[in-house]
Design a protein around this ligand. Structure first.
Ligand code: BT5
Length: 235
């Protein structure tokens, strides 16, 4: 079921509320404007009219530690959707999609867990389509419109993205390895030098792998470091 709103504070927050009350797997919450769109660590996600902002409620039979694969499925679906429109993009660990060094999409996955298993997940995708970006995001963000000649049919983009999500989600339920392999290919980050900030540490190294739990494996001198989440910058 798709629940569409003109305006919501945040589709993730709304989806969590209705998931608590039992909303079923596959429920989608979409808003044209978010007044309090959220990123990770309570950052603001700029969500004016013109973008595609939505969240999905999922109830996979999955361990909490594998939750990152839902983020991977989302960014994989975004890359494949942009490809349909002739826009080449890359996934960036952990939760972004970039075009030519600029962010076009962010994913926010939130989980409710019990005894190490996911009871429900809310996976939010924000894709810049026809929306304008504020000046402070001008250097770091981009939109589909900016990358092309004109505007896009936002509902069509949403539908294609949902189809791609469903396709990749079903793949994930059959084989995590297929998603990990695809995502890694779309990331183009193996062997690249990066700097990663976690909440309290900073790591610099070359990307060796994305491991079976979706963690980033860095090689720094003789040492290997495995990182669950953080902010990554290419050096
Ligand atoms: C994210 O966080 O990238 C996750 C964004 C998820 C947004 C979706 S929209 C539907 C659903 N409902 C929500 O409330 N959220 C989800 P993070 O990796 O923490 O990146 C946040 C940073 O991205 C900000 O601090 C800005 O630097 C930048 N940013 C904010 N809005 C942007 C935009 N529209 N386009 C590109 N970059 C943006």
């Amino acid at each position: 079921m798709i629940r569409r709103f003109d305006e919501l504070p945040s589709t993730n927050s709304y989806a969590r509320q209705i998931a608590e009350k039992g909303a079923e797997e596959g429920t989608v919450v979409r808003a044209d404007i978010q007044t309090h769109g959220r990123g990770r660590r309570d950052r603001v996600w700029y969500s004016e009219r013109g973008g595609v902002w939505f969240s999905m409620i999922l109830r996979p039979d999955m361990k909490a530690k594998d939750g990152f694969f839902l983020t991977m499925v989302s960014s994989t679906a975004v890359v494949e959707t942009l490809d349909i429109y002739g826009i080449g993009s890359r996934v960036k660990w952990p939760n972004d999609v970039f075009v030519d060094g600029k962010k076009i999409c962010g994913v926010l996955s939130e989980f409710e867990t019990l005894d190490g298993k996911i009871t429900y997940a809310v996976v939010g995708i924000g894709l810049n389509v026809n929306n304008e970006l504020p000046e402070y995001l001008g250097d770091i963000g981009t939109t589909m419109k900016q990358l092309s000649d004109g505007e896009f049919d936002k509902n069509e983009v949403f539908e294609k993205l949902l189809d791609k999500f469903t396709e990749n989600y079903n793949l994930l339920l059959r084989s995590r390895e297929t998603i990990r392999e695809k995502w890694t290919r779309y990331s183009d980050m193996i062997d690249k030098m990066v700097k990663v900030n976690t909440e309290d540490e900073e790591f610099i190294g070359a990307v060796v792998d994305i491991d079976l739990e979706g963690r980033l494996v860095l090689q720094s001198g003789e040492e290997k470091k495995t990182i669950s989440t953080g902010d990554l910058e290419y050096l």
